[in-house]
Ligand binder design. Structure first.
Ligand SMILES: Cc1cc2nc3c(=O)[nH]c(=O)nc-3n(C[C@H](O)[C@H](O)[C@H](O)COP(=O)(O)OP(=O)(O)OC[C@H]3O[C@@H](n4cnc5c(N)ncnc54)[C@H](O)[C@@H]3O)c2cc1C
Ligand SMILES: *[C@@H]1O[C@H](CO)[C@@H](O)[C@H](O)[C@H]1NC(C)=O
Ligand SMILES: *[C@@H]1O[C@H](CO)[C@@H](O)[C@H](O)[C@H]1NC(C)=O
Ligand SMILES: *[C@@H]1O[C@H](CO)[C@@H](O)[C@H](O)[C@H]1NC(C)=O
Length: 541
């Protein structure tokens, strides 16, 4: 199970031998002419004119492929047939970001904004239907921690690992409630409503944002005061890419105890007759127990050791408790005796060590490991998401296990809500999945075989399992989590039907908050420059 986490975070793809044929199917715009026009425009709009040629990579630049691949995090979008950007712009100054936004409009080519590149459908660096430029924010990585003010300014190109590390350097009793995987970028993660192992205690990342800086469609830099509360609301969960280029967020640090505790627990269906009961009980306990405890449950098909050539299900729990092991044990003895956990099963450690533990590092690994960006490494993967609002019965669970085994190797990660998540109203931020949701399901399938055939098979199996889950999950709409980007739930071609298209996926990601997002979008970007396959549309004319 630790192994499976590692796979999602640091999966190195097998060496792939591919003919790299860079080709752009739009013959109208050649990369060279775009380069010249764009460079001139950028020089006109910046003061550092002698420098800007260093921040633009045309397809003919020897380093173009390296820069493009560094933050590709899904090998599905690292093939010869994947549409490539005409240019990659890698600014390190705010004025260069503003100029990039202005100049892309001048030459009429859309932008893709990339921070950490972890978008599951690659839409920060791929456009499915039109030529584009990547605005790559990896140089924006400064992090300024202020322990007196208990806050931190973090730029969007920083990774979560760098954020955690910087906080730890300054204080051993502060942390931040963001995602698990250390290489995820701040820009996409926070603008998309990121969550992590402390969400039951402190809510989501977006519930702990104090201020932000953004470049708007006119190239101006705005902060919370100058952007106004509507736009500030939208970029806390509505996705940044529909509204502008987020430069940085100011976050409120949260207190963490000097000692936290972690444990993992496993049970295998065909070896432990209690397995279904434990999973059933987890549904009741995990979203309701003390909010200092986060227990994520993973379900995965594995080879049976009892019956040769058959599969079974392994259910495993990984948990973080913001307190000492002794308290954790007495809490579990009372509320989840089925786990039969003993003090020896729990490990006490510092909060930063728990971050490393969740990332799959061995106990004792130096926090420096969190600074490794693991450039240019990715496996093939597909993700989907669902919300559970009613307990799945034991019969239901057994049916799900059967279908998982039938489907192949798609796993499910169940993250319990409740606690702080239920106290925040559904309209406080664009992220609407609050009270009433017991847990979120992440469907995940990873593979190593290259080629369209393999991709088709794995994507078919994850979709099939998703379809089997229909009776158990949220309805009208069947909700989804923006940060688990899934183009299956609807896409927009950003034409005259964009509002109707946008409503399809928009209601799933945002419920009724979709309508407010459309209003904000219409006000700040009326011509829909900031667009992608799942962006917020403007109001129909
Ligand atoms: C291994 C792995 C583990 C993950 N674990 C978690 C987890 O624990 N919790 C969780 O909530 N999510 C998790 N995610 C999902 C992750 O939060 C999202 O994929 C997130 O959007 C990634 O942010 P990014 O900056 O790395 O991605 P990017 O691909 O760079 O961006 C994602 C989206 O945001 C837009 N965007 C990026 N930067 C900006 C910006 N500066 N301004 C405006 N728009 C911008 C992009 O255009 C794109 O639409 C995980 C993903 C992976 C691959
Ligand atoms: C360039 O510098 C001048 C003077 O410092 C300033 O007024 C102007 O706004 C700057 N322009 C840009 C595009 O940064
Ligand atoms: C490519 O990158 C290398 C090392 O980072 C650098 O020395 C070289 O000048 C770059 N080449 C171009 C064409 O940018
Ligand atoms: C992309 O593919 C090339 C080979 O074509 C490989 O060298 C590189 O490591 C791959 N990168 C990612 C992020 O998949």
């Amino acid at each position: 199970m630790i192994e499976s986490l590692r796979i999602s975070c640091f999966h190195l793809s097998l060496t792939i031998f591919l003919l790299v044929l860079l080709h752009v199917s739009y013959a109208l715009v050649t990369s060279d002419s775009v380069y010249d026009t764009f460079l001139h425009c950028l020089q006109k709009h910046t003061n550092e004119s002698d420098q800007v040629s260093n921040i633009i990579y045309a397809q003919t630049n020897a380093n173009y492929s390296t820069v493009l691949r560094n933050y590709i995090r899904n090998a599905r979008f690292n093939t010869s047939s994947t549409r490539k950007p005409l240019l990659i712009v890698t600014p390190s100054l705010e004025s260069q970001v503003g100029a990039t936004v202005v100049c892309s409009q001048t030459i009429g080519i859309q932008l893709r904004i990339r921070s950490g590149g972890h978008d599951f459908e690659g839409i920060s660096y791929v456009s499915y239907n039109a030529p584009f430029i990547i605005l790559d924010m990896f140089n924006f990585k400064s992090i300024t921690v202020d322990t007196d003010d208990e806050s931190v300014w973090v730029q969007v190109g920083a990774t979560l690992g760098e954020l955690y590390y910087s906080i730890w350097e300054k204080s051993k009793v502060h942390g931040f409630p963001a995602g698990v995987c250390s290489t995820v970028g701040v820009g996409g993660h926070i603008s998309g409503g990121g969550y992590g192992t402390m969400m039951r205690k402190f809510g989501l990342t977006i519930d702990n944002v104090l201020d932000a800086k953004i470049v708007d469609v006119n190239g101006n830099v705005l902060d919370r005061k100058s952007m106004g509360e509507d736009l500030f609301w939208a970029i806390r969960g509505g996705g940044g890419a529909s509204f502008g280029v987020v430069l940085s967020y100011k976050l409120k640090l949260v207190p963490v105890p000097e000692t936290v505790s972690v444990f993992s627990f496993e049970t295998i269906l065909d070896r432990n007759t209690m397995t279904t009961d434990i999973v059933y009980r987890w549904q009741e306990v995990a979203p309701n127990i003390d909010n200092a405890l986060f227990m994520r449950l993973h379900l995965k098909p594995v080879n049976s050791m009892v019956r040769k050539r058959e599969k079974t299900i392994i259910a495993s729990i990984m948990a973080l408790y913001l307190g000492k092991a002794k308290q954790l044990i007495s809490l579990l003895e009372e509320e989840f005796p089925e786990l039969d956990l003993k003090k020896n099963d729990c490990t006490e450690m510092s909060w930063i060590d728990s971050v490393l533990w969740w990332n799959g590092f061995a106990v004792g690994t130096s926090p420096h490991a969190l600074l490794n960006r693991n450039l240019n490494s990715a496996g093939f993967l597909k993700r989907k998401s669902d919300y559970i609002q009613k307990l799945i019965s034991k019969d239901g669970l057994e049916w799900v296990f059967k279908k998982m085994i039938e489907s192949g190797k798609t796993g499910l990660a169940l993250s319990p809500y409740g606690g702080r998540m239920s106290q925040i109203s559904a309209s406080e931020t664009p992220f609407p999945h609050r009270a009433g949701n017991l847990y979120k399901i992440e469907y995940s399938v990873n593979w190593e075989e290259e080629g369209e055939e393999a991709e088709k098979n794995y994507i078919t199996q994850i979709r099939r399992l998703y379809s089997y889950m229909t009776p158990f999950v949220s309805k009208n709409p069947r909700s989804a989590f923006l940060n688990y980007r899934d183009l299956d739930i609807g896409i927009s071609s950003n034409d005259e039907n964009s509002y109707e298209d946008g409503k399809v996926y928009g209601l799933k990601y945002f419920n009724d908050n979709f309508y407010r997002l459309v209003k904000v979008k219409t006000a700040v970007d009326p011509h829909n420059f900031f667009r992608n396959e799942q962006s917020i549309p403007t109001l129909p004319k």
